[in-house]
Structures are given as C-alpha cells and as structure tokens.
Design a binder for this molecule. Structure first.
Ligand code: DAH
Length: 344
C-alpha cells in the first residue's frame, strides 16, 4: 500500500519537473503551479490520501509528502525569476520606455512629530487613570496667568522682559496653570483634568530654551487628597513613560500656587542614578508639582477646609528630549526631515 503511494509520488515529481521545465511563459508556469501546488492541485490530492495510509506508515508518508512539496516549490521558484526579466508582452507599446524589471519606488508615509508622539502618550496615561483632557486659551489675562495663581504683584515673571504682553493686562500665557483656575471656576470638586498647550516666554532660544514650548498641566481635587496621592500618581506616570528601570525622586521646591511644592526627577539612564557627566547628580529634573495653595482655592471659591488637591506641570519638549535623547530643543521646530523621520 505504502509502496504504491511512494511510486505515485515519484511519478508526480518526475512529471512535474518536466512540465515546470518546459513552461515557456509566465502563464504556463502559473498553470503548472496551480496544477501541482494549487488548493485543489495534485499535492493536496496526495495529502488528502493520508486517511488511507496505515497508522505505522504515516510518519514516513508525512516526510515523503513534505519532500514532494519542497521539491515542487523549488522547481517552481527556480524558474519564476526568468519570467520577471522577460515579460511576455514587454515589447508591446504599453511597455515602451519602461523597464518592468525595476523595483517600484517606496512611498513613504508621514509620521507624527516627536512632540505630538509624547503628547499622545502622556494624555493616554492620564486618560487611563480617569483624568479628563481639557483645553485652555493661549491668550490670557494677567488675572488667570498670575493673580489667581497666587503670584504677588511684584513677582518677577510679570515683568515685560519675561512675559509677552499684548496690552495692559492681556498676555500670552507663560504656563498652562491658568487652565486650573478656569476649570475650577466652572466645576465643583471632584476635579481630575489634564491639559496640553503652547506657552510663551521672552527667553532667548538656546539648546534648552525656546520662546514657545508646550506644557502639560494636571490637577486633581477632592476630599482627603494628600501628598502621597501626588507621589503615587506622578511616580506611576513617570515609570510608565520612561520604563520601570528608572527611579523617581521628589525634592522640595517652590511655586506660588502650591504649598508644599516639589520637583520630580528620574534617575539618569546613562549612570543609573550614581552621577555622571550628563546628569551631574544622578537625577534629571522633569516636572514641577505640589499641593494646591489654599489661596488658589479662595480665588475659585472652593472650601479649602473641605477640599485638597495636587497639581503638576511639565514641559512636553523636555519629556521628548529625555525620552528620545534629543540634545537641542531647537531641533523640534526646524522641520529637518532627516531629524523628524527618526520618529514614528
Ligand atoms: N507652571 C509651572 C511652570 O511653568 C509648572 C508647575 C509647577 C505647574 C507646579 C503646576 C505645579 O501645576 O503644581 O514652571
């Protein structure tokens, strides 16, 4: 029984070899392929016969059929390239002046800008944590940008040398924090929001400064919120973004609208937190944060005896620089395609 199958297979191999080698056009070769290797071809027919092979012969049958398949595929693929270099109708008018054997041109799809990539990732992380994404305005009043954020009247940031004023008390926002005030004016706690947007400062541009940059702002207000919630949420966020191998550290800082205030840093990827030429002390400062100052709550008429909250702000370009190892912030707005192509 098995001998019979063996003979049949050998006969197929021989017949197929002859037919494949005498094919003289791509359509003849294709007809051979369908006859032997097609869905309803001879190979499938042989394979379907496994049911009638005695159990002890099945492994040998399997090996034989596989060898048949490989041999047919090999014969077919060894002839296939011949017809690519000799299209049957290459001499027709349609092919005049065209080398049909040239590979096609690669069409490159556009990609997202690295700052957009980071923005998507950051908002994605906070959305999953239940934060709503809100929007703010780039032209603000001094009240929302400074007063309601507890900046004293003589605060240096209010200076015309630091802030772009449009007229008297109208300015280009210097940070995304005014969004906190606008949201709290409209909704009662609990509040859980993140916002992204452009900010403007009268800084000369250099490797780490740009007069226009993007920030992400976050705010969470509810009953019983304390500093451990801030640490938990921001540590989670930073390890999500930079990987669990990085350590997160909080150090005391100062912002007029938070008390206490802190700065969060992640361990340097080059030295792992020991300290090196890149980071200095082992950590790279990333974001500003703190517990919302009671004076800010007073401005938006939240009862600071009843509610507490935390806020944070972080530069998107800074995150992108740290994540992708970009050393000059100006690269983000120069539109050099060789730079942009690296991010997808
Ligand atoms: N607005 C601050 C800045 O531009 C960043 C910041 C710090 C925002 C602490 C916050 C915060 O919401 O709590 O430097």
């Amino acid at each position: 029984m098995f001998e019979e199958i063996k003979k049949k297979i050998e006969a197929i191999v021989k017949e197929a070899r002859d037919e494949f080698s005498s094919a003289s056009s791509s359509s003849q070769l294709e007809a051979c392929r369908i006859k032997y290797l097609g869905k309803k071809g001879l190979l499938s027919e042989v394979m379907a016969g496994i049911g009638s092979v005695p159990a002890e012969d099945r492994p040998a049958f399997g090996i034989l059929v596989n060898a048949l398949k490989n041999s047919l595929l090999e014969t077919w693929s060894s002839r296939k390239p011949e017809f690519f270099t000799r299209p049957e109708d290459a001499s027709s008018d349609a092919y005049k002046g065209i080398d049909a054997t040239l590979p096609g041109r690669i069409v490159r799809a556009g990609g997202l800008h690295p700052v957009s990539l980071i923005q998507k990732e950051v908002l994605g992380i906070f959305s999953k944590l239940g934060f709503d994404v809100v929007d703010g305005r780039e032209v603000e009043t001094e009240y929302y940008n400074f007063d309601a954020l507890n900046h004293p009247k003589n605060h240096p940031a209010r200076n015309v040398r630091d802030t772009f004023f449009i007229k008297n008390d109208v300015l280009l926002r210097t940070h995304t924090s005014p969004i906190q005030v606008r949201v709290m004016e409209k909704v009662r706690p609990p509040v859980r929001i993140v916002a992204v947007g452009k900010c403007y400062r009268r800084d000369a541009s250099d490797a780490s400064h740009s007069p226009v940059f993007n920030q992400v702002e976050g705010l969470l207000v509810d009953k019983g919120i304390n500093f451990s919630h801030l640490k938990g949420v921001l540590s989670f966020f930073l390890t999500r973004l930079f990987g669990s191998g990085r350590k997160v550290r909080f150090t005391p800082s100062f912002f007029p609208f938070t008390e206490p205030s802190a700065e969060a840093a992640i361990s340097c990827s080059a030295c792992g937190g020991k300290g090196c030429r890149i980071c200095g002390n082992g950590y790279l400062e990333i974001l500003g944060c703190g517990m919302v100052h009671p004076n800010v709550f007073n401005y938006v008429k939240y009862d600071s005896e009843k509610y507490t909250g935390f806020a944070f702000g972080v530069g998107l370009e800074r995150l992108a620089m740290l994540k992708y190892g970009v050393e000059d912030i100006r690269l983000f707005c120069e539109n050099d395609i060789r730079f942009l192509r690296q991010f997808k």
